[in-house]
Design a protein around this ligand. Structure first.
Ligand code: GLN
Length: 457
């Protein structure tokens, strides 16, 4: 572990170029560093996605509409990190309200991928993944509604985990899709991921969806042995359109797992092809409802106040939300409106059940499932901004886990010819983060991808 000052120096040197931190105050970091408490994360530098509430500090979801907003309380995860001795460095960039896969919808502009600054870092937790990859912090927190931890982790060559729905309290996370959202760690290696998960997980009476499970020490899962582990490979996931380099790296990783003693089994997740459409009804529907509270009255920006209340609402929302947020609100309101609710929202919920049942069935035959995390390595900044469908396709492999509520993580498994990172996804049974971590750890300890670092210029 480096001294926090070394991290601050790196931020000083490269943040202007990479646009990773959006709210950071060096003096506050110094003060925190001088006052850390004893704990399992003592002195560890941590970056927070800008949708996590920190008392009296800017929390803006990278949106203009939350300009100047300082929450009156800490998110539960923030409180837990503080109590474990972590040094909170500040807020990192994200797609506005976590809508996106590239960090380009941020009000503060795109974050650059530390491996190549012409490329996106992934999203929506792009700032969190880039911060860890660039060595700005040792660990970061992200949130994942459809892939937003795993996809940027994959594109930045770091480890990212979306825990089981309900394992980590979401009290103080500004909601996107409440039936899908989950907070999770982004770290350089699997050991740090287990450490951070141990700190942030656990029941919280302040979150009604929080699971009542016993406190677990996930570091106990860091065992280098997968002999006899059954690994499922879904035949539907190696489809046309997947980048050949990604396919090659993931397939050779599966081969390595087999060589290490795992048993590889072909499985089927037949409803996968409907996951993306299903998600793009449910997620915007919930988002449109969650975003209704931003109207210029209680939070952040307030538009024109001289022409009546309704006009103030309209002006605030018109000025405050970016294009993607508006698109989601429109899509979501449409799907929830009377006459369309049954045809879209209800239908999508039924398909969601089918997708969940696919996993239940598959996990009768295997302990973990392996897929690519993202169908392609990072793409160029600007390449998909005019094509929302192409952008939405980035999450084709990650979305099913959110719909089913199961845990998933991304670990580095290679590099493309252009030198961009590639990740593979491990999916686990409900609340079985332990087996997932054991597989991830064994794989990591037999490879060296996690040891490479980008050269910052
Ligand atoms: N990229 C997906 C979306 O735009 C997922 C986002 C997320 O997980 N927050 O909705």
């Amino acid at each position: 572990m480096q001294d926090y000052k070394q991290y601050l120096e790196k931020i000083d040197q490269y943040n202007d170029k990479l646009n990773i931190f959006v709210h950071i105050d060096k003096d506050v970091v110094e003060k925190r560093a001088n006052a850390v408490v004893e704990g399992s994360l003592k002195g560890v530098s941590v970056g927070l996605k800008d949708n996590l509430c920190v008392k009296d500090e800017l929390t803006t979801c990278a949106s203009h509409i939350l300009d100047g907003f300082k929450p009156p309380y800490d998110a539960t995860v923030v409180e837990k990190l503080k109590n474990a001795g972590a040094i909170l460095f500040g807020k990192v960039n994200m797609d506005e309200f976590a809508f996106g896969s590239s960090c380009e919808t941020s009000f503060y502009g795109s974050t650059k991928n530390p491996w190549n600054d012409k490329y996106i870092p992934g999203g929506s937790s792009g700032g969190s993944a880039a911060a860890v990859a660039a060595g700005f912090v040792q660990m970061a927190l992200g949130s994942d509604t459809g892939g937003s931890i795993r996809q940027p982790a994959s594109l930045c060559g770091v480890v990212g985990m979306k825990p089981t729905y309900g394992l980590v309290s979401r009290y103080g996370l500004i909601a996107f899709g409440s039936s899908l959202d989950q907070i999770g760690p982004i770290t350089r290696n699997v050991t740090d991921c287990a450490k951070m998960l141990t700190v942030i997980s656990g029941h919280d009476p302040k979150d009604s969806t929080s699971l009542e499970i016993e406190k677990t020490d996930y570091s106990e899962s860091l065992v280098k042995n997968i002999k006899g582990m059954k690994i499922g490979i879904p035949k539907e996931y190696f489809i046309k359109g997947i980048d050949p380099e990604v396919e090659l790296k993931v397939k050779s990783s599966i081969k390595l797992m087999e060589d290490l003693g795992a048993q590889i089994i072909e499985i089927s997740l037949p409803h996968t092809e409907y996951a993306l459409s299903c998600y793009y009804i449910i997620a915007p529907a919930e988002a449109s409802s969650n975003l209704a509270r931003f109207d210029g009255v209680e939070y952040g920006l307030r538009g024109d106040v001289d022409h009546g209340m309704i006009n103030m609402y309209v002006d605030t929302r018109n000025k405050g939300f970016g294009d993607e947020a508006k698109r989601r609100i429109l899509l979501g309101s449409y799907c929830l409106s009377s006459g369309y609710y049954d045809a879209y929202y209800l239908k999508a919920q039924k398909v969601r059940t089918k997708i969940t049942e696919d996993f239940i069935c598959a996990f009768k035959k295997c302990d973990c499932i392996i897929t690519p995390t993202s169908p392609t390595p990072a793409f160029k900044i600007g390449e998909r901004t005019d094509d929302p469908l192409a952008m939405y396709l980035s999450d084709i492999f990650t979305i099913p886990a959110n719909l089913a509520g199961i845990p998933g993580m991304s670990v580095p498994c290679g590099f493309s010819e252009k030198g961009l990172p590639i990740g593979l996804q491990i999916l686990g049974k409900h609340c079985d983060e332990k087996t997932m971590l054991r597989l991830a750890y064994t794989f990591e300890q037999n490879t060296d991808f996690h040891l490479r670092e980008p050269v910052l210029r």
